[in-house]
Ligand binder design. Structure first.
Ligand code: 13P
Length: 257
């Protein structure tokens, strides 16, 4: 069975104290009601800003099934790149995962699939699980190009990987028009794209690998709509933005399988 995962992308929000409180509060509740006793037995990953990654890792220590990752990494291992952060650095802070190719990185920092392929490589080289984000913008969906766009993102960002390496990757489908807008993809739209992604993975790596890869949905997923989204056969959890900043909402989402 593939893993169910609920991940919280905190983006550029909170401060050290706020981040610590949020992670600690969620972990306390999870300890009272352990993840392995919940339907779906989900894993939880926090994606805080780099500067409080260490503290969030500490807050999560001892809570089974909870870990933390970075929202981004640089495509190189080290060097004279002022202001940047490399995979071995976040690994040394205790991170287990990293997001790669979030649509905000693609849009505002001009990260393309070729660059993201290098970031995926860096992550895997340093023992981080990449959560590779894909998704179309509204005009692409309106033009009926959403499958083509997502396929291209996945093929160019990931399909150069050998089978064994690919099997470590998590995919997050986040339609850009649903991110932070309050407009969620309908469960049918999410399922349709997730099934498509799984088919594309199957054509490249075989059915077994396709069945094994976790595909998360992101985009205005919240405590009210998570259950319906997660009940879709190819939706293995969520990458949550806004609702991951409120402990009760995030906890409700974790319990939505
Ligand atoms: P929202 O849940 O705020 O729409 O953000 C989704 C997202 O971008 C998660 O990475």
């Amino acid at each position: 069975m593939r893993k169910k995962i609920v991940a919280g992308n905190w983006k550029m929000n909170l401060d050290l104290e706020g981040g610590r409180k949020l992670a600690t509060g969620i972990c306390e509740k999870i300890s009272e009601n352990p993840l392995e006793t919940l339907p779906g037995k989900p894993e939880v990953v926090f994606f805080p800003p780099y500067v409080f990654l260490t503290e969030v890792v500490k807050a999560a220590e001892g809570t089974s099934g909870v870990s933390a990752g970075s929202q981004n990494i640089h495509q190189l291992e080290k060097g004279a790149y002022t202001g940047e952060v490399a995979a071995p650095m976040v690994k040394s802070c205790g991170a287990t995962h990293t997001l790669v190719g979030h649509s905000e990185r693609r849009a505002y920092f001009h990260e393309d699939n070729a660059l993201l392929a290098k970031k995926v490589e860096q992550a895997l080289n340093h023992g981080l699980i990449p959560v590779y984000c894909c998704g179309e913008v509204l005009p692409e969906r309106e033009a009926g190009k959403h499958f083509e766009v997502v396929k291209e993102q996945i093929v160019n960002g990931l399909f150069w990987l050998k089978q064994e390496a690919f099997e470590k990757v998590i995919i997050a489908y986040e339609p850009v028009w649903a991110i932070g807008t309050g407009v969620t993809a309908s469960p049918e739209q999410a399922q349709e794209m997730h099934a498509f992604i799984r088919k594309v993975v199957g054509e490249k790596y075989g059915l077994q690998t396709a069945e094994h890869v976790s595909i998360l949905y992101g985009g205005s997923c919240n405590a009210q709509n998570a259950r319906e989204l997660f009940s879709q056969p190819d939706v293995d959890g969520g990458l949550i933005g806004g609702a991951s900043l409120k402990a009760p909402d995030f906890l409700a989402i974790i319990q939505s399988f």
